[in-house]
Design a protein around this ligand. Structure first.
Ligand code: NAD
Length: 494
């Protein structure tokens, strides 16, 4: 059986801990490889290598750091189909979806190409006589990223592009479920001219994560994954004195008002609920329909579902792939099975008509869902869309505001005034107005509110640059005999 190793100091390194985990082909259900699980010593070696590489990379000119990002941009673009294929083999997502993931990740490399501009500080001349003040932003040191299975290329690129461009060195702990993409990206970074040791990949489980969270030489941790683990990572790493941004799970609502274009809303709901088999943190999982249009909207969504083509990543026509593991598929199917006992209606049952092999489900649609039901409360993270009916806009907004998650939300309406009121009052980090998956472009920043984010800084974009640097303010006076005198008072500018 093939074993997938780590990437340390510019090369693939076999695992030595003796611990391994299976990597499935979700389209067949077969184990296709094993991934090494790092020991504490292996994490320590990766961090030591990154610490050793830090001063050299941190002292490298901005022009050169930018050039490495430009080179990486060309390499990712040239290899996008190869990257998409690796994603498809281990994650299962279909080709068009995987190519979209690569494109959205690449945006962050493109943003990081502008690092000389992004690191410009402020300068104040003559704050006092002969004294100038300026601010510089400097890298933190070794920073770590811990990433989820659902975006094995994009989420690491959210992190390492800006982190490296800012002059940090990086240790990535990708999901053990689809570990190969990160090794391919490491190879591309090397080809782009990044010195060995600046980017390292440690495969593994909680042992590796815990060591990263407590390692004294790791300055900051970026995490993306489920809410319970995000909370744990945030609490543990901050207790150990690290800077942390930990993005958690989601329950994204799409509020549809009576004046909305219902065909457009139905198209959007189907794409946003079932794309990537619902395994997106920005997937729409609840449609909140104002009662007067609810029957019509549910009918329009239901009539679109049969034409969703479910199949393996190797099928170029497939629009929706399998789920990540058999265990996850069964968990998702359990919500559909349990819905009628709780009083919901199963309009479309995605457990029917699925391929025999692999971890497939078809799209499911649940209607008359209420906020107390499990299928509403839990993050399902699969192709199950719930419809909650409300009497008014106000009731819909209250539901959204009361939800513990706050990652993404969408409003479908033709009324600009209501849309403005919605974006003003809703307590969610990313808002779409007639846009179902409002993932911000790379020159804004990505992050939710409430239980969808632990920490202060959102990921990538300007907040990513702020997260991966710290500010230093220099107050300078150069010898000028005309301005020199003994003064024992506290420095003042007047
Ligand atoms: P996960 O939380 O199970 O795993 C994320 C990472 O944490 C992985 O690298 C994993 O190895 C590690 N991990 C898992 N359990 C751990 C534990 N007990 N202790 C320490 N480390 C642990 O998440 P997942 O299943 O890989 O990804 C799906 C989740 O990620 C969903 O909840 C989804 O909403 C969320 N997600 C959020 C965003 C966002 O931007 N907010 C983006 C993508 C995914």
């Amino acid at each position: 059986m093939r074993t997938i190793g780590h990437w340390i100091d510019g090369e693939v390194v076999e695992g030595t801990s003796g611990r391994r985990g299976p990597v499935y082909d979700p389209a067949t259900g077969e184990v296709q490889a094993e991934v090494a699980f790092a020991s504490v010593e292996e994490v320590d070696r990766a961090v030591a290598v990154a610490a050793e590489a830090f001063w050299g990379w941190r002292s490298t000119s901005l022009a050169r750091r930018s050039e490495v990002m430009f080179n990486l941009r060309e390499l990712v673009e040239a290899n996008r189909k190869e990257i998409a294929s690796i994603i498809g083999q281990e994650h299962g997502k279909v080709l068009s979806d995987a190519l979209g993931e690569v494109a959205r990740g690449l945006e962050n490399v493109e943003f990081a190409c502008g690092i000389p501009n992004l690191l410009k500080g402020g300068y104040s001349e003559q704050v006092s006589t002969g004294v100038d003040v300026y601010q510089i932003r400097q890298p933190l040191g070794v920073v770590a990223g811990i990433t989820p299975f659902n975006f094995p290329a994009m989420v690491p690129m959210w992190m390492f592009a800006n982190a490296l461009a800012c002059g940090n060195t990086f240790v990535l702990k990708p999901s053990e479920k689809d570990p190969s993409t990160s090794l391919f990206l490491a190879e591309l970074l090397k080809q782009a001219g990044l010195p060995d040791g600046c980017f390292n990949v440690i495969q593994g489980d909680r042992v590796a994560v815990d060591r990263i969270l407590e390692h004294p030489d790791v300055a900051a941790v970026s995490f993306v994954g489920s809410t319970p683990v995000a909370r744990y990572v945030y609490e543990t790493a901050t207790r150990n004195g690290k800077r942390v941004q930990a993005l958690g799970g989601a329950k994204n609502h799409m509020l549809v008002l009576p004046d909305a274009d219902l065909d457009m809303a139905a198209d959007a709901a189907v794409g946003a609920a079932y794309g990537s088999a619902g395994e997106r943190c920005m997937a729409v999982s609840v449609v909140v329909a104002v009662r007067s249009i609810a029957d019509e909207l549910v009918a329009k969504i239901a009539e679109r579902i049969p034409s969703v083509r479910v199949g393996p990543a190797s099928d170029p026509e497939a629009e929706m792939g399998p789920l990540i593991t058999a265990e996850h598929r069964d968990r998702v199917a359990g919500y559909v099975a349990g819905a009628p006992q709780e009083g919901a209606t199963v309009v479309v049952d995605g457990r029917e008509g699925v391929p025999e092999q692999g971890f497939f489900l078809r799209p499911s649609l649940l209607d008359h869902v209420r906020p107390d039901m499990r299928c509403y409360r839990d993050e399902i993270f699969g192709p199950v869309l719930s419809v909650v009916r409300v009497d008014s806009y106000d009731e819909g907004v209250r539901l959204i505001k009361d939800n513990p998650y706050g990652n993404g939300v969408a409003l479908f309406t033709r009324d600009g005034g209501v849309a403005r009121a919605f974006q003003f009052e809703v307590n969610v980090g990313m808002v779409g107005i007639n846009v179902p998956i409002p993932v911000p472009v790379s020159y804004y920043s990505f992050g939710g509110w409430k239980a969808s984010l632990f920490g202060d800084q959102h990921m990538y974009g300007p907040e990513g640059i702020a997260f991966y640097t710290r500010s230093k303010v220099v107050t300078a006076r150069w010898p000028d005999p005309r301005t020199s005198a003994v003064d024992l008072g506290f420095p003042q500018t007047r």
